[in-house]
Ligand binder design. Structure first.
Ligand SMILES: Nc1ncnc2c1ncn2[C@@H]1O[C@H](COP(=O)(O)OP(=O)(O)OP(=O)(O)O)[C@@H](O)[C@H]1O
Ligand SMILES: [Mg+2]
Length: 854
């Protein structure tokens, strides 16, 4: 079946995501290797890249991807960062440049560099669109986009198979990324083969199900017959007493690993002994005792080792599945003894030596199965664990340039070192500090990679250690940790956590002399207050933040505060001129400190703000500039935001083909970035455009697509604005009942604090009511909506509302009253340069002769 899948991948040039599920030792790795072997001998041998998810280590999210990339680029661990960078860009260039051009290829290499710890990617913050309400806040990195481009280009040049081992240990962000990769597709022969124990599906029961070309297979145990065969093979055809064989078969339930280990154990403990051409049972004939579980079997094998060998196995297991001679001797064993023990462990097939080592100049070993270190570690008394983790971490740190690469591994070991000391009743503050500092660095890296859930877990962990170790009294450290966490969780849509943490910082920072953290706390509070729609709280917090940042001379902080002020003013206060002024000041600050991404992002915000204010031409100029800047600084989310802005401008000025192109361009960028909410929002705008052009079917298709994308993201499938679009489409089709339902639902979905949305959605409902002949209600709704819109600066919305009001009056056969309303709309549209809409109004003021009679 796997072979068939691979052929399908080849023939249809399609990617597939396959999960092979089964318990430990059932034979997943072996089956996968056999399949890979078979396809490698076929006519079109694929490139095969392998990666393994480590059993521990928050923040080691993309470890297996890094392994794959290293294979592809032929990077060895002894390479210096400069050599790594060189090899990466050469390899990416080879794969991508012919297809994507040199510039894109460089961008891909830069994005992938994150995997190899070459550079911390700048955070990529999506542009919340104040008009989209709950659509705000999705974010992503360039990693996904770079990876996808790279894999696509690679697969286009020849079939590609990615083998992920032990996916049950994968972190959330990696699982998400694989799903996205599958969902976006590559249209190239790419097979992603994932091996996992059933825990994976217990943890994420729906994993993979969004992916079209997804298949999951479970590997079943060997039949009695096959077990029999395997036993015979393992004993090289030599005979074994049938009662022993049956006993093994009964106990091991067709698990090949279990069978093999059982035989080994029985031979190691001399119950099975060679006798001529076969095997004889030497123990008590009625006492064929076999442990109940694979774990039990491994435990008995470890028990049979000499104390020295056992110690090597235990010390090795502290490192994990892979360990080094140096890490063993670092824990105290003399090299000669360790080496002798390792020879014996190699003979017993408990470990294997790697031909090349990830640590230069160090012999590298691996346990032959993942369960061996799991069980061995369990046999290590807790009182000894802490010292061993510390020694291992010390050894790792000693190998200078690995320390950074293995930051997350280091964090894990310091964490465990502290935990086991703590569990034996110590506070162990020195180890706690070491753990906290390493975890902080790991969390900063996770955040730079935009794997926020992992970053958050690491922040939580550091805070918990601080508390348990009795370090609460170190106020500056506590405040720093709280601030770290806020900077992460503010993007995770949990304003309550942010409000609570920042409150603690606000209470304690000034007495501790940490005004810098106080300023950050106010800025983060503003962020959370804005999310909650609490205008005054947000404004007050911003004011405080700004004053503090200014007195500290922190231009970056000031710029961020002004940007946020602009956003709040636009989003919650609905004041466009004031918002624009704040954005301009933010732009100036970002310019002063040469923060190109800040400039690009804020220009887009200002441009979109000007569009709403009806300053279409200035908006267009600004957005065109912002687009260029965003492209130069690889600020892709802003690039998409600028493109949408330009599409709206094209829509308003009646340049339909340009608008359509722009919307498609923006959608493509969002999808590339895996930003489903961004893509959904662009589809909604596109739908509105189609609707204005009279293409109702296309409009509805676009709205449906927006719905699907939102659902795929895990959001409510309709936002208020989307419901409003659907209402207008139903109205255009003449389905009044449906239109009314959508419009009513849109009104209900609007947040209370969003007065402007209440007004525009009310106008849509009013238009529907007019068509239903419910005149009084329509009048009331129009009046209420216009009352809010008239004094606002949302000129485009006002003009559109007047147009709808005029249309409604015509439907209600009130031509006299319609004329002045429509003339006002026309004036507004003309003033903004919206020629298309001005003509639309004209057509209603003086309907073309051929339809006048109806
Ligand atoms: N069909 C088979 N015939 C003979 N030996 C097998 C077979 N399947 C697996 N084995 C052997 O059983 C052992 C365990 O198999 P494997 O490592 O593939 O398990 P796994 O499912 O990948 O386990 P884990 O979840 O722990 O990674 C290996 O030594 C392998 O060679
Ligand atoms: Mg395996």
């Amino acid at each position: 079946m796997l072979l068939a899948m691979y052929r399908h991948t080849l023939e249809n040039r399609q990617h597939h995501l396959v999960a092979l599920i089964g318990p430990a030792g059932i034979g997943k790795t072996r089956l996968a290797e056999e399949v890979l072997d078979a396809v490698s001998r076929g006519r079109t041998p694929p490139t095969i890249l392998r990666g393994r998810c480590p059993a521990y280590g928050d923040g080691l999210t993309f470890w297996p991807l890094a392994e794959m990339l290293e294979q592809e680029c032929q990077i060895s661990q002894s390479d210096s960062p400069a050599v790594v960078a060189e090899k990466l860009s050469a390899a990416v260039d080879r794969v991508c440049a012919p297809r994507l051009g040199p510039e894109d290829s460089r961008a891909v290499a830069a994005g992938l560099g994150v995997l190899l710890a070459l550079e911390s990617a700048e955070r990529r913050v999506s542009l919340p669109d104040p008009r989209e309400g709950d659509d705000a806040g999705s974010a992503s990195t360039t990693l996904f986009q770079s990876l996808r481009k790279f894999l696509k280009a690679k697969a286009e040049s020849g079939p590609l198979i990615l083998l992920f081992e032990d996916l049950h240990w994968a972190e959330e962000s990696l699982l998400d990324l694989l799903e996205q990769l599958g969902a976006r597709g590559t249209d190239a022969p790419l097979l992603i083969l994932c091996l996992a124990r059933p825990e994976l599906l217990e943890r994420r029961p729906t994993w993979g199900q969004h992916v079209r070309n997804y298949a999951t297979m479970s590997l079943s145990p060997l039949s009695t017959e096959q077990s029999h065969q395997l036993i015979t093979e393992l004993l090289k055809g030599e005979s074994i007493p049938p009662d022993v064989r049956l006993r093994i078969q009964a106990k091991t339930e067709g698990n090949p690993f279990f069978i093999g280990e059982t035989l080994r154990m029985l031979i190691d403990n001399r119950h099975l002994v060679r006798d001529g051409g076969g095997w004889r049972w030497s123990g008590d004939p009625v006492d064929i005792r076999i442990p109940d579980t694979v774990h039990g079997i491994i435990l008995s094998r470890i028990d049979l080792l000499s104390p020295l060998e056992r110690r090597v196995v235990q010390d090795g297991s502290v490192a994990g599945r892979v360990f080094w001679l140096g890490s063993i001797t670092a824990m105290g064993l003399p090299a000669a003894e360790a080496q002798a023990a390792l020879e014996r462990l190699l003979d017993l097939d408990l470990v294997e030596e790697h031909a090349s080592s990830t640590v230069a100049g160090e012999r590298e070993y691996a346990f032959t199965h993942a369960l061996i270190p799991e069980v061995a570690y369990g046999t290590l008394p807790k009182t000894m664990r802490s010292a061993k983790h510390l020694k291992f971490a010390g050894w790792l740190e000693g190998i200078a340039h690995y320390a950074d690469e293995f930051l997350e591994v280091l964090a894990h070991h310091y964490d465990d070192a502290w935990r086991y000391r703590f569990e034996t009743g110590e506070e162990a503050q020195d180890t706690a500090r070491k753990a906290i500092q390493t975890i902080r660095r790991a969390s900063a890296r996770a955040k730079a990679r935009w794997t926020l859930p992992e970053a958050r877990r690491l922040c939580d962990r550091a805070l918990r250690i601080l508390h348990s170790a009795g370090l609460d009294a170190d106020v500056p450290l506590l405040l720093e940790l709280l601030t770290d966490r806020c900077e992460v969780v503010k993007w995770l849509d949990v304003p309550d956590v942010v409000l609570e943490d920042t409150q603690r910082v606000v209470d304690m920072a000034a007495p501790a002399g940490r005004e810098d953290l106080l300023a950050r706390a106010w800025l983060n509070r503003a962020f959370a207050a804005n999310d909650r729609g609490r205008l005054h709280e947000a404004e007050e917090a911003l004011q405080r933040a700004e004053t503090l940042f200014r007195s500290l001379g922190d231009r970056q902080g000031e710029a961020e505060t002004l940007e946020m002020l602009g956003f709040t003013t636009e989003d919650l206060r609905g004041k466009l001129t004031a918002a624009g002024e704040a954005y301009r000041q933010a732009l100036q600050r970002y310019g002063e400190i040469s923060n190109a991404q800040g400039v690009a992002r804020t220009s887009v915000r200002l441009g979109r703000c000007l569009v709403n204010a009806g300053e279409i031409h200035r908006a267009e100029q600004l957005l065109a500039g912002a687009l260029q800047l965003a492209r130069q600084s690889h600020e892709r989310i802003s690039e998409a935001g600028a493109v949408v802005g330009l599409a709206i401008v094209a829509h308003l000025t009646g340049k339909s083909p340009a608008a359509l192109d722009r919307y498609q361009e923006a959608i493509a960028i969002y999808l590339e970035l895996g930003d489903l909410m961004g893509a959904a929002s662009a589809h909604r705008h596109l739908g509105m455009h189609h609707l204005r052009m009279g293409a109702i079917d296309e409009a509805e298709a676009a709205f449906q697509r927006a719905r699907t994308l939102r659902a795929e993201y895990g959001a409510r499938s309709e936002s208020a604005v989307l419901l409003r679009g659907l209402a207008e489409a139903s109205l255009a089709r003449g389905d009044l009942l449906q239109a009314a339902e959508y419009a009513e639902e849109a009104m209900r979905a609007v947040s209370d604090f969003d007065q402007l949305a209440k007004a525009t959605h009310g106008v849509t409902l009013a238009r529907v009511r007019a068509s239903q002949g419910r005149e009084a209600e329509a009048e009331r709704l129009f009046e209420a909506g216009l009352k809010l819109l008239e004094p606002s600066e949302y000129v485009v919305d006002l003009a559109l509302a007047l147009l709808k009001y005029g249309e409604a009056l015509l439907v209600l056969k009130r031509r006299d009253r319609a004329s002045p309303v429509l003339r006002r709309a026309r004036e507004l549209f003309a003033g903004m340069g919206c020629a298309f809409f001005a003509r639309e109004v004209d057509a209603r003021i003086a309907p073309p002769v051929h339809s006048a009679g109806s």
